[in-house]
Design a protein around this ligand. Structure first.
Ligand code: ZN
Length: 323
């Protein structure tokens, strides 16, 4: 038995209690890996569940090592939602063991049609895990969450369905907003250069060319040749801005700026994007909609596009007020 197995077995006897004993008395305890999943699950669950996420603001999911407190959370939850496609590469073992112990672990991308997923350029035969950057793909996960919550809490099924439909409408509006804003960026400027390859799905659906210094995961370091190739591209295409990410070191992006500068081309930092992690809890950027809106507005502002006054949030608030 590995130390992790021993720990899991020990925790199981301490924390595993059947859902039946709590149904009707207390709300569901749901645990998610990323904040993006937490937000969508909370939107569907409403006040029927307490939803907590393991990976908070600024955490890189590719590198995240679960703590013993995380394992306790996973084992003590009524249901766990994870992204999958190796995004949470170092948590896979915890999920597998938890499942064999009878716990509910839902891996959202396991249920997404793989023919709609991008192939990983780094790992042939594997898929890019960053599906949340295509808002239509993320919205397609709502029905999975509705179905799974309804399965363990049938009394809430009607509420989950209503909440899910309302949230899907909001994400549909967000998708329309992004399409419009990205469309305002001059065509030759529609290039998104970031620290790692998180924006492949975004680029595919919203029509912007994307390049990351590091690959699909942040586990392998970028080499000098990767940096030089990217500098060539920036100089040749006269790229005006490159972007840092909240969950990844900006070292490589700074190397691009210095490399381009040494060849007589000035490129600026367009700002900080939320790639694999949302902003601070309690802020607009700490929600999925806010994270995505922040990114889109920043891209438009830095690459010569237009951000409408008030942005998506302003329009949404306006619509909600019915004025
Ligand atoms: Zn990533």
């Amino acid at each position: 038995m590995t130390p992790l197995n021993r720990f899991l077995a020990c925790m199981l006897t301490l924390t595993l209690s059947p859902l039946a004993s709590s149904a009707g008395e207390t709300e569901l305890k749901i645990v998610t890996t990323t904040g993006m999943i937490k937000d969508v699950v909370q939107q569907v669950a409403g006040d029927r569940a307490t939803v907590t996420c393991i990976m908070g603001e600024g955490v890189d999911p590719h590198l995240y090592q679960p703590t013993s407190a995380d394992v306790r959370k996973v084992l003590g939850a009524d249901m766990v939602f994870a992204n999958g496609l190796k995004l949470e590469g170092r948590m896979t073992e915890v999920f597998e063991k938890s499942r064999t112990m009878g716990n509910e672990v839902v891996v959202i991308t396991d249920r997404i049609d793989k023919s709609t997923c991008l192939e990983s350029p780094d790992y042939p035969g594997e898929h890019d895990p960053h599906v949340w950057h295509d808002v239509t793909m993320w919205a397609s996960g709502i029905s999975i969450i509705v179905e799974e919550l309804s399965r363990i809490d049938p009394d809430g099924a009607e509420i989950y369905k209503e909440n899910g439909e309302a949230y899907a409408d909001r994400l549909n509006a967000l998708h329309g907003y992004i399409t419009w804003v990205i469309g305002t960026i001059p065509r030759e400027q529609r290039v998104l250069i970031t620290a790692h390859d998180a924006f492949g799905y975004f680029g595919r659906i919203y029509g912007i060319e994307v390049l990351g210094v590091q690959g699909i995961t942040t586990e392998s370091e970028a080499g000098i040749s990767d940096i030089n190739t990217m500098v060539d591209f920036i100089v040749d295409r006269k790229i005006s801005a490159v972007f840092i990410e909240s969950s990844v070191s900006e070292r490589n992006v700074q190397a691009l700026i210095e490399g381009a500068s040494s060849r007589g081309h000035e490129v600026k930092v367009g700002g900080m994007l939320y790639s694999d992690s949302m902003g601070a809890p309690g802020t607009w950027e700490g929600t999925y909609e806010g994270m995505i809106e922040h990114n889109v507005n920043l891209m438009a502002a830095s690459l010569g596009g237009t951000v409408p006054e008030g942005g998506f949030r302003g329009a949404r608030t306006h619509a909600a007020e019915g004025s």
